[in-house]
Design a binder for this molecule. Structure first.
Ligand SMILES: *Cc1c(COP(=O)(O)O)cnc(C)c1O
Length: 340
């Protein structure tokens, strides 16, 4: 029985669900792992995660499709990204095939928390790993815990008809150079201050420029960015210091192969964006959120469709991606994993 929740008005928050997956790494190996009803984590005061922030995470969603199947979107890409992140943070990789199995198992155990089709809500999965072993000298922990919890969520950004507003902050990208492509709490911790400042000034997020030259567009604190040119080319920044978003990669594929649009992944000077027609943020949480305005000091860039809702191409991209996820449009091979 699906839980009785006001799905349409659900925000992006934590709701305790029935089961979470827990596996432990000790003496150089991962144990079997198991589902647990205990949401509490107990660790030593000297655990690596507490002292040196040795922790990383992933974010994914499970949905109900139009024919009432419960599915999850491209979990293999999240498994691979978490493995890449773990290697960069000197953490043991939780094997990619076991990661996918554990995600499916966690969804299945919490199946009543997967929102009904058509509500716009989803069951958000949060796989994460942290150094649970004690460490006082600066070195990696020897023991780790991998967990996945599930929480039902609604929309992440509430932009309304105008789309969200962004600003270019005085801050450099939170990530120290070379770690911008990992999905890790350390990057988020460093972005909290600039995000709080952005919110105080009425912006949904910061749009970071590359920290080396402060010339090129990178991404926001928690989402990648795409632009549509006046000739309907879908453009997204190419940079090895941004997080390789599964949503962005999927949207670029959809643009090219479903909508027949030209796509470009390339360096984008900030100077160029005033020539673009549409702008949107993309990520698992954000899905595709239209951006109405970007402020950079005295300069304001407004996109064509501001005050008229989402841009035409952004809307097509959104509808096609959502259609694929909801089972309305045939998905490319391997994109949709059904929970049996
Ligand atoms: C998670 C995340 C994204 C979005 O990635 P998806 O795989 O699409 O969810 C973008 N930027 C950052 C910094 C992120 O942490």
């Amino acid at each position: 029985m699906v839980k009785d929740i006001d799905w349409a008005n659900l925000g992006f928050g934590y709701v305790k669900t029935d089961y979470r997956f827990v596996a432990n790494y000790k003496n150089g190996a991962w144990d079997e792992g198991q589902l647990s009803t205990d949401e509490k984590v107990v660790i030593n005061e000297c655990a690596g995660v507490l002292q040196y922030a040795q922790t990383c995470f992933e974010g994914m969603k499970a949905y109900r499709t139009v024919d009432n199947k419960v599915v999850c979107f491209r979990p293999d890409l999240n498994a691979k990204r978490m493995a890449d992140t773990a290697r960069r943070l000197v953490m043991p990789v939780f094997p990619e095939n076991r990661y996918v199995e554990a995600v499916l198992k966690t969804i299945k155990a919490n199946i009543d928390w997967v929102p009904p089709y058509g509500t716009g809500a989803a069951l958000y999965l949060r796989p994460y790993m942290f150094g649970s072993g004690i460490v006082i000298g600066v070195k990696p922990a020897q023991e780790f815990q991998f967990r996945i919890f599930a929480t039902p969520v609604g929309a992440y950004f509430k932009g309304g008809a105008n789309g969200v507003a962004l600003r270019v902050p005085d801050f450099d990208r939170a990530a120290p150079r070379g770690t911008g492509h990992v999905k890790a709490g350390l990057n988020y911790a460093m972005s909290l201050y600039p995000i709080q400042e952005a919110h105080e000034h009425g912006y949904a997020e910061n749009l970071y420029l590359d920290s080396a030259t402060r010339t090129y567009v990178e991404e926001t604190g928690g989402a990648n960015v795409i632009f549509i040119t006046k000739d309907n080319v879908v453009v997204t920044p190419k940079s090895n210091t941004i997080l390789p978003s599964v949503t962005r990669r999927s949207l670029m594929y959809v643009a090219e192969h479903y909508l027949g649009l030209k796509v470009e992944e390339r360096a984008i000077p900030f100077e160029e964006i005033s020539e673009f027609k549409e702008c949107a943020l993309c990520g698992t949480a954000a899905v595709l959120s239209p951006v109405g305005r970007i402020d950079n000091k005295e300069q304001t860039i407004e996109f064509d469709y501001n005050n008229k809702g989402i841009g035409e191409i952004s809307k097509k991209l959104y509808d096609t991606l959502l259609g694929i996820q909801m089972g309305l449009i045939e998905a490319p091979e391997g994109w949709i994993r059904e929970i049996e």
